[in-house]
Design a protein around this ligand. Sequence first.
Ligand SMILES: *[C@@H]1O[C@H](CO)[C@@H](O)[C@H](O)[C@H]1NC(C)=O
Ligand SMILES: *[C@@H]1O[C@H](CO)[C@@H](O)[C@H](O)[C@H]1NC(C)=O
Ligand SMILES: *[C@@H]1O[C@H](CO)[C@@H](O)[C@H](O)[C@H]1NC(C)=O
Length: 449
Amino acid sequence: MFAAFAIVVVALVSQTAARYSADWASLDARPLPPWYDEAKVGVFVHWGVFSVPGFGSEWFWWHWQGQQPPEQKCVSYMSKNYPPGFSYPEFAPRFHAEFFAPEDWADVFKASGAKYVVLTAKHHEGFTNWGSPYSWNWNSEDTGPHRDLVGDLGEAVRNRSLHYGLYNSLYEWFHPLYLADKKNGFQTQKFVMHKLLPELYNMVVRYRPEVIWSDGDWEAPDTYWNSTEFLAWLYNDSPVKDTVVTNDRWGAGCACKHGGYYNCEDKYTPGQLPQHKWEKCTSVDTLSWGYRRNMKLSELMDLPAIIEDLVGTVALGGNYLLNVGPTPEGMIPAVFEERLRGVGAWLKLNGEAIYASKPWRVQAENTTVPVWYTSKGNAVYAIMTARPPRVTLQLLAPKTSAATKVTLLGNSNPLPWAPVQPSAGLTVLLPELPSSSGQAWTLKLDGIQ
Ligand SMILES: *[C@@H]1O[C@H](CO)[C@@H](O)[C@H](O)[C@H]1NC(C)=O
Ligand SMILES: *[C@@H]1O[C@H](CO)[C@@H](O)[C@H](O)[C@H]1NC(C)=O
Ligand SMILES: *[C@@H]1O[C@H](CO)[C@@H](O)[C@H](O)[C@H]1NC(C)=O
């Protein structure tokens, strides 16, 4: 009797404790669902009508016809190559996605070693990659591919046990209701009440995304977007309340301050260990997130640069979200696929030092070559992001003992080592380092402090 009563009380308490109110103090206190920190690596996919011009970046429409003055490069590109009066929405019927094979994409993402995938459900242009009832004739089912891109990719991604997330832009450059609210100094919420929120709730219920990667928040305060009310619903009552994570783009001034994990700014790279869970998003194409038909190899990150960036991010407690931009035909450009598979090959050997790792006492040192540290349980991992010039590697941060054991991941033989000082630092005699994809090698250190 008493036991049953106690269980009821516990159930009530935990249920009460789990409810969040629509204010930042409450929402910010929500613990991040653990899958996200353990995942460490994700693939970001920018795909939309902007992939059709594939010129400049996914901001093409804004650079061409939004900002004042417009970007001359975009204006002359259009006047040289398209008939006079051609409008941006006319690109949509040319978004065919005729080669889109979600299973193939998901195979590539799986092979990259990523544990989650985030697709643009709607970028700033407002086009939804699903049949949003709030985006009439400006969505991928009414026009263009005539297909539920969000749903089809989600099924394939989840089938490979990857988490599925959706990017959603709060603002839409040219939506008439948004422009009206903007003109009213965001004192009215016509766009939010009639477009944004109904669509966002619908999207969550329909696709159950486990990441909501919010963006396009910065022109208006979170009170305009009703962000805290939406997040309270998301965390309390939505179908993904227990597993969903979000970022920090929920209104002007929120970045790096409120929400779930922090993105701060695009490609944010902190100098030291942040106090809050964060994610670095970056793009293989250094000049764009969306596909560019005129991209050059020299403008892309090479594999060693990606691996070094990934390792540095994880050592500082971050997740690494690496972007690729598919073509309007639905292909992942082969060079992006090669990069993703390269990351996966590296992770296959070195993933023990990455997945579910924690930052160590020291995050980096550069005695022989640049080394980043991670840890898991009692093990510490020292990841060299350059090939040492000699057969020995010196590490000064670890404190050794008689029990210290050093191995190279991928090779079970213990490596000879000697202390630098009686209990601080060690010199390791390295085996021949395989010419690893990614030019980075991991030493596993057991029995150190
Ligand atoms: C993926 O799909 C296959 C074939 O339909 C099915 O057998 C398998 O259980 C699915 N895997 C997951 C993780 O959903
Ligand atoms: C938006 O927020 C206001 C309070 O700020 C609240 O009264 C209203 O119900 C909210 N609407 C939605 C759809 O969340
Ligand atoms: C590591 O040290 C070398 C030699 O002093 C220097 O050239 C290099 O920039 C340093 N790298 C980092 C990541 O600090």
